[in-house]
Design a protein around this ligand. Structure first.
Ligand code: SAH
Length: 373
């Protein structure tokens, strides 16, 4: 049997693995054992999984595999940030994830799609079009590869936080993202608390409602503008889900949870969305929602049509919104010398346009979003 016909166990969360083992005539607890080997100890060779019988290990070798994207390149920034370039589909496509070490935590920013469909006007991923959704295996593999590399280096701590702020829109790849989140939070895998896993969305409202019913990870919402006219220019998805509906979904997400907050992301674009008028309108829009506001200095890239707001303007904006009682911080740019800062995750694509066109059609049929350009 060739590798492609084998089932990639990285695609299965605990429930999926239990079903897999039961199908083999084994007990469900094998799922926990396998997860500990693979995710906690970083052992992916079935032959070394010594708490399973030799026969079972052989059966696993025949029916299953543990397949990773290939590590194509690791770039190290002066500030310690690392960008990992991973090959998928052979090396036909590439995705990126970014490791951001800080004193008290180590955050991994991971991708959910190869490219993106949303075409936000300030984002460099958008410029590459869309190729495909990542599988759960390819999402969790980003955490596996980076975490176990830290462990092998003898670091005191591995990855402590995951943010889905890399390439793609996580809520457009809902099932695979949720399967991967299950593994991130599973006690037999990475055991991250839900408070340390953040999904960032440009505002796919129906999926936000589904998310609320499915899980309680942290939610970050890319708002970027206080009114629909401006937001439509920056985030075309706003035509389908305008601010009013988006904020309604945000209120619903936090309702009934005393400690839950939405993180609003707001990219600071010079002369576009950064005036005190914008700050005032923004504070009015989100003032009644338990939230914090992250101001993201725009990270430029070749041919970008925007510039970053001046430091002074950002400070003034932050002070104004803070004075309205909203916790507001300016995000520090990390890894900008290696193009790893927000919106700079550029994969390498071949055969992009053809599949991109195909996806636009299916996207329309799923979400009714037609004019995302
Ligand atoms: N699609 C999701 C997650 C990916 S983008 C979302 O939209 O939230 C992660 C964050 O980086 C978003 O807030 C996005 O708006 C922001 N971003 C994208 N390009 C940027 C750039 N060039 N400079 C600064 N922030 C950017």
């Amino acid at each position: 049997m060739s590798t492609t016909e084998k089932i990639n166990l990285l695609n299965l969360n605990r429930a999926g693995l239990e079903a897999f083992f039961v199908e083999l005539g084994e007990k469900p607890f094998r799922a926990k054992q396998l997860m500990q080997w693979v995710h906690q100890r970083g052992v992916v060779d079935f032959a070394k999984m010594t708490d399973m019988s030799k026969t079972l290990r052989q059966i696993l070798g025949g029916k299953a595999c543990i397949n990773f994207p290939t590590v194509e390149m690791i770039q190290q920034s002066k500030d310690g940030t690392q960008k990992w370039l991973l090959g998928v589909d052979g090396t036909e496509n590439a995705i990126e994830c970014v490791l951001i070490p800080e004193k008290s935590r180590t955050t991994l920013c991971i991708s959910s799609q190869v490219g993106c469909t949303l075409n936000c006007s300030f984002c460099s991923t958008a410029k590459q079009g869309f190729n495909r959704n990542l599988e759960a295996a390819e999402i969790i593999a980003q955490l596996h590869l980076v975490h176990h590399s830290l462990m092998r280096e003898g670091k005191q701590q591995g990855v402590t936080n995951v943010v889905m702020m890399g390439m793609g829109e996580p809520l457009m790849n809902f099932d695979a993202v949720m399967t991967a989140v299950d593994m991130m939070c599973d006690d037999y895998a990475y055991a991250l608390s839900k408070r340390r896993v953040t999904i960032s969305t440009a505002g796919v409202v129906p999926a936000m409602e589904k998310l609320r019913q499915t899980t309680d990870v942290c939610l970050a919402v890319s708002l970027h503008a206080p009114d629909d006219a401006l937001r439509e220019q920056l985030v075309p998805l706003n035509r389908k889900y305008p601010i009013h509906e988006l904020l309604k979904a945000c209120r619903a997400y936090v309702e009934g949870y005393r400690s839950r907050k939405i993180t609003f992301e707001y990219v600071m674009l010079k002369g576009v969305n950064d005036s005190i008028e914008h700050a005032r309108a923004l504070a009015k829009q989100i003032g009644d929602i338990p939230c914090k506001l992250n101001l993201i200095p725009f990270n430029p890239y070749p041919h970008a049509i925007y510039q970053c707001s001046d430091k002074q303007t950002i400070d003034r904006f932050r002070e104004y919104v803070s004075s309205k009682g909203i916790i507001t911080v300016t995000r520090r740019a990390r890894g900008d010398d290696i193009d790893a800062a927000c919106g700079q995750l550029v994969g390498q694509f071949k055969d992009r346009s053809r599949r991109s066109a195909k996806y636009q059609l299916s996207l329309e049929s799923i979400t009714g979003v037609s004019h995302v350009h």
